[in-house]
Design a protein around this ligand. Sequence first.
Ligand SMILES: [Zn+2]
Ligand SMILES: [Zn+2]
Length: 254
Amino acid sequence: MGRVTTIGRAVREGIAPFVDLVYPPRCPACGEAIGEQGGLCAECWSGLAIPGDPSCAACQRPFGEVGPKEGSFCAPCLENAPIHDGIAAGTLYTEVSRKLVLALKHGRRIALAKLLARLMTARIPPTEGERLIVPVPLHRWRLWHRGFNQAGLLARELEKAGCGTLLVDAMRRTKRTPSLGGMGAKARARALAGAIEVSRPERIAGRNVLLVDDVLTSGATSTACVRALKRAGARTVTISCFARVLDEALDHAR
Ligand SMILES: [Zn+2]
Ligand SMILES: [Zn+2]
């Protein structure tokens, strides 16, 4: 095993210069040539929006510089107290983060998943004790169609970064759900009712869970996941996403 890893690394390092020669490093968001693999061009870096403080005490929605003071709740959380224990977003949804999520679906996945996970890790609050990392599940049919779950790719990188222990099959979709874009809140909740379940609740009971997704939009899917995890006895569920949509109107553009 150790030997295989060593050989693997030697091969990887040995061929890296050739890879750079054949595929010169390019920014995964815009295609611009860049200095080395695994980064973004300067312009795209500056097009990323990192959520800042002050922010909502329940969901970490940034208030902006002239917003209420730290410790306040945002309007949606005041209206409906969230059942999750916080949202750690690597970035806010912008044109650049949209392109990166698309590139993750279609491009050179491993290097990109590492980059996106690095941005996510920076925002994940520390926790006491062990944490489980659980990706939002894709339905079998979609998984088969696409070949991989991008939330799973990100979750694996978060485990490598030391954020917790990956439990890739903690949840499953029990039925196909239609695309939720353009649906009202009630229709979404109806479409998702009973669609997501925890496969073995005893693995979740009493644990702190980091629920991972690439994009967090209306939160209907993540809410269904959080509900299932809490029902299984999870102590806390913190949501970790790469790009958080704050303007719900953008849902329709997805
Ligand atoms: Zn770029
Ligand atoms: Zn909030």
